[in-house]
Design a protein around this ligand. Structure first.
Ligand SMILES: O=c1ccn([C@H]2C[C@H](O)[C@@H](COP(=O)(O)OP(=O)(O)OP(=O)(O)O)O2)c(=O)[nH]1
Length: 198
């Protein structure tokens, strides 16, 4: 990620020099409060377009709006990156029939990660129990958008559009600045469809 407005949250640990450099330099303290995971209702307050059944004890379930298949190579370089083009997987009666392979899932919900927090996403265990996995990255403080994940299918599966596939959780966290990267505001623009369910 890229961070805007660097605002180092240093802590005075008073730690002896035998501690790791990150602790000595004040960037991390085992005594720093934080790392506390928030309740499902708190997480729900940071998301829009939710149904009651999506709010779980420790987080909020996200639904699959669209599933895509990558058709052109992407690029990750030292000077930037590009995402290769993808094409939507067709549905049959609103069901994605997926053969083994890698797919991109676009979530229906808009997430706004509040300051002093970091987000993590986990697959619904039913995916794992069906030989599928959802791979995810870090959700930065200040990010807002409808994100994406990598769905690995190791055995054919049928996923209905709008079905719950993942759970998003929020933990309190110190951070340096807020998210200001290229994915800020993705799929939320005015004039864009409310979501991509149709
Ligand atoms: O599984 C995930 C994890 C994160 N995000 C969102 C939230 C995160 O804040 C944003 C950017 O992620 P990251 O910082 O990893 O992107 P990058 O590859 O470093 O690109 P950039 O520097 O343009 O942000 O994407 C997702 O959509 N899916």
């Amino acid at each position: 990620m890229r961070a805007a407005g660097l605002n180092a949250d240093r802590v005075d640990t008073g730690s002896p020099s035998t501690l790791p450099a990150a602790v000595r330099n004040g960037f991390y303290s085992p005594l720093t409060p934080g790392g506390m995971f928030r309740s499902g209702s708190y997480v729900a307050s940071c998301l829009s377009d939710l149904a009651d059944e999506q709010v779980q004890p420790n987080g909020v379930d996200l639904t699959a709006a669209k599933i895509l298949e990558q058709v052109e190579p992407g690029r990750v370089g030292t000077d930037g990156k590009t995402v290769g083009s993808r094409e939507p997987v067709a549905t049959d009666n609103d069901v994605f029939g997926l053969d083994p392979g890698g797919y991109i899932v676009q979530y229906a919900e808009t997430i706004a990660v509040p300051e002093n927090h970091v987000g993590f996403l986990y697959p619904r265990s039913t995916l794992l129990r069906n030989s599928c996995m959802l791979n995810t990255a870090v959700w930065d403080a200040g990010y807002e958008g409808r994100g994406e994940g990598l769905l690995q299918v190791h055995h054919p599966i049928r996923i209905e559009r709008g079905a719950r596939v993942a759970q998003f959780v929020l933990a309190e966290a110190a951070h340096n600045g807020v998210y200001d990267g290229s994915y800020q505001g993705e799929r939320t623009g005015a004039g864009a469809p409310r979501d991509e369910r149709e």
